[in-house]
Design a protein around this ligand. Structure first.
Ligand code: 13P
Length: 288
């Protein structure tokens, strides 16, 4: 059944858990995510990222309607979310398809422009009764170039989301939750994640809204527990699910048909998603 972030956050807040937001770029992602959510009887977020369209990985036109249909048929609440929307027109396209939630990412814009554009996105989302996430602060990143890997990660706060600015941003825009920078990176980790847990707590207390962790896959279960304890309620997760699928399909001995790859990839992603979701929802072994 369809849900918005605002439908599922109160329970997450009460239980002090996080809801997984898994990026969808193919049908196997949908199967892996929904199978797990139904198995654990937990709400889940299926997200389509505008960047995946720009990188020619998948299109909103093809994935969006399938995500909507599968979410409607699911036995658990499913938020169908647009991730990292950078154009208002693209956000509206997702809302017109029935997406129940959107993110406007103006983090690359000057602060006042981010506030103004986010306010516009909030107004639009409200007109469709959808929930809305936005972002401030620079996510640390990793760039692959000809000479190898360059990391522009800095483990000091000058790069991360500032709590006072975050509070001002939420008050001015009225967003439902806030993506913040506190040490995670999108994509693969080439060195140990070094997260600022105290900052997560300060951001949560300053804004009083659920904090969203981007670059969520590839982080240790111990670190998930710590950020969740400090106020993270949504964890965006993609790269390591995708890698698990590749490993599962690649381990096949002598496949004759494509569907064998698809099935093995889906099964491996399901296991990876289950391990993450059990941790996020306190249903892992340590908490049982
Ligand atoms: P990862 O691919 O690093 O898990 O990040 C996903 C994400 O943050 C999508 O917004």
């Amino acid at each position: 059944m369809l849900a918005t972030l605002n439908d599922i956050y109160p329970d997450a807040q009460k239980r002090r858990i996080a809801v997984g937001a898994f990026n969808i770029v193919n049908f196997e992602n949908i199967l892996a995510v929904l199978e797990t959510a139904e198995k654990l009887n937990e709400p889940v977020i299926m997200a389509f990222a505008q960047t995946h369209e720009e990188n020619h990985i998948a299109t909103l036109d093809t994935m969006g309607p399938v995500m909507m249909l599968m979410a409607e048929q699911a036995k658990v609440p499913v938020v169908v979310h647009l991730d990292h929307g950078v154009n208002i027109s693209y956000i509206e396209k997702a809302l017109k398809m029935g997406f129940t939630s959107v993110m406007f990412d103006g983090s690359a814009l000057p602060y006042e422009e981010n506030v103004a554009k986010t306010k516009e996105a909030v107004k639009l989302a409200r007109a469709y009764h959808a929930s809305i996430e936005a972002e401030i602060g620079k996510m640390a990143g990793i760039t692959l170039n000809n000479s190898g890997i360059t990391e522009n990660r800095k483990s000091n706060r000058s790069n991360y989301t500032d709590p006072a600015e975050a509070a001002d941003f939420v008050a001015k825009t009225g967003v439902d939750c806030l993506a913040c920078s506190f040490g995670t990176v999108h994509g693969e980790y080439f060195s140990e994640p070094n997260l600022d847990f105290d900052l997560v707590k300060e951001l949560s207390e300053a804004t009083n809204v659920p904090i969203v962790m981007h670059g969520g896959s590839g982080v240790s279960h111990e670190d998930y527990k710590k950020v969740i304890a400090n106020g993270v309620r949504k964890i965006n997760y993609f790269t390591y699910m995708d890698k698990a699928g590749a490993a599962g399909a690649g381990a096949l001995k002598e496949p004759n048909y494509f569907h064998e790859y698809a099935q093995a990839g889906k099964d491996a992603m399901q296991k990876d998603v289950e391990s993450a979701m059990r941790c996020f929802t306190n249903k892992d072994e340590g908490s049982l």
